[in-house]
Design a protein around this ligand. Structure first.
Ligand code: BG6
Ligand code: MG
Length: 220
């Protein structure tokens, strides 16, 4: 029997870093003279840093020179990095470890598929590096989600055909990317927002062993 490949998004699936991204973007928006709400931050989930800045400037109706644009990207990331500096295992979202340990116990291939260029240092901080056979992050991809590139690279590196891969995602763009890759998409979050996902759970505490056994093909 073919193995199933498991691909996890990072931000909002493994750790709740969306709040730190939000604080860093809000600081920049405030410096530029406008407000940036939590609601608007929803648009930033799964979206590359560069695209986030483009959207932020559209929201604030701010025009930027090339030089300003590059400087603000660096500034936002520096603020974000200082916010995540103290991050540790306590910030792993509930029952993520339970699922990772279950998959490891059954020798399932596991990959990270994230848009973030900060994915590796974050996995190191929360001490989860050892669970991942493959890490594909924002430094490896040219096309952002909903393009399936990040997940297709992960599948290739895992040595598992895309149709045998399962993706855990919290972003609409990420669910679309998984569907575009021909993979089974599992949304983590609000089922109304993630309506395109094959299955949706509010968080990993809702995923039980019976469902996990089905995913790895132990039970029909
Ligand atoms: C995604 C986040 O995982 O990574 C986005 O959901 C973020 O909000 C993107 O913009 C890029 O992250 P980073 O760490 O490279 O700025
Ligand atoms: Mg995410």
């Amino acid at each position: 029997m073919n193995k199933t490949g498991f691909i996890f998004d990072l931000d909002g699936v493994i750790v709740d870093t969306a709040k730190y991204h939000y604080l860093a973007w809000r600081k920049l928006a405030n410096e530029l003279g406008f407000e940036f709400t939590q609601e608007q931050n929803e648009l930033f989930k799964g979206v590359s840093r560069k695209r986030c800045l483009e959207i932020l400037l559209e929201i604030g109706n701010v025009k930027a020179s090339q030089e300003q644009f590059s400087r603000w990207l660096v500034e936002k990331n520096e603020d974000y990095l200082s916010l995540i500096e103290e991050m540790d295992e306590s910030e792993i979202l509930p029952d993520v470890l339970k699922v990772l340990q279950f998959l490891k116990k059954h020798n399932m291939p596991i990959a990270l598929g994230s848009a973030s260029k900060n994915a590796r240092p974050i996995l190191e901080k929360v001490k989860l590096m050892d669970y991942f056979d493959v890490i594909v992050d924002g430094t490896h991809v040219a096309k952002a989600k909903p393009d399936p590139e990040v997940f297709l690279i992960a599948a290739k590196q895992l040595g598992v055909p895309p149709k045998d891969c399962i993706v855990f995602e919290d972003a609409v763009a990420g669910i679309e990317a998984a569907n575009n890759a021909g993979m089974l998409s599992i949304g983590i979050g609000d089922d109304k927002v993630l309506a395109e996902a094959k299955f949706v759970f509010a968080n990993f505490t809702e995923i039980d062993n019976q469902f996990l056994n089905k995913l790895i093909g132990l039970t029909p």
